[in-house]
Write a protein that binds this ligand. Structure first.
Ligand code: DAT
Ligand code: MG
Length: 149
């Protein structure tokens, strides 16, 4: 079973979209195994977005992600990284399909409501950055055989 790191960004929290965002992943079939509200400090933000260091949007991106509380979570499931990215939609909400989180709730690439890991390597890295092993709850979902063959 794969895991991914997902986060409701500060705009999503400020706009009262936390429950809607979590619901989008739950109704898709992703299993929630960790969840917390937190404020990200600049050091963590710069590590999290390290791959974008040097790009013109890096500093505004870091300023935005530390501008208010976020809700961080770990989701589990077969191919959950791809599934969660599909639930989120394209990076730019203007290009994101209606029916996706970014497509339904966003207007601007710099305020795109939600983050999700883009590969197994980044999922592992981001989960370790945001969660201690004991903050992840292992549990078996009785519904599992109705979601995965
Ligand atoms: P994603 O969040 O879909 O994984 P990414 O990793 O390429 O996208 O970029 C991280 C965030 O940075 C993205 O959610 C929004 C912002 N961003 C990306 N490209 C941008 C651009 N060209 N201009 C402004 N912000 C951008
Ligand atoms: Mg990314």
């Amino acid at each position: 079973m794969e895991r991914t790191f997902v986060m409701v960004k500060p705009d999503g929290v400020q706009r009262g979209l936390v429950a809607k965002v979590i619901n989008s992943f739950e109704q898709k079939g992703c299993k929630l195994v960790a969840l917390k509200m937190m404020k990200i400090d600049r050091e963590l933000a710069e590590k999290h977005y390290g791959e974008h260091k040097g790009k013109p949007f890096f500093t505004p991106l870091v300023d935005y992600i530390i501008s208010g509380p976020v809700v961080a979570m770990v989701l589990e499931g077969k191919d959950v990284i791809t599934a969660a990215r599909n639930v989120m939609g394209a990076t730019n909400p203007l290009q994101a399909a209606i029916g996706t989180i970014r497509g339904d709730y966003g207007m601007d690439i710099g305020r795109n409501v939600v983050h999700g890991s883009d590969s197994p390597a980044s999922a592992q890295r981001e989960i370790n950055l945001f969660f201690l092993p004991e903050e992840i709850t292992e549990w078996s979902r009785t519904l599992e055989t109705w979601i995965f063959e």
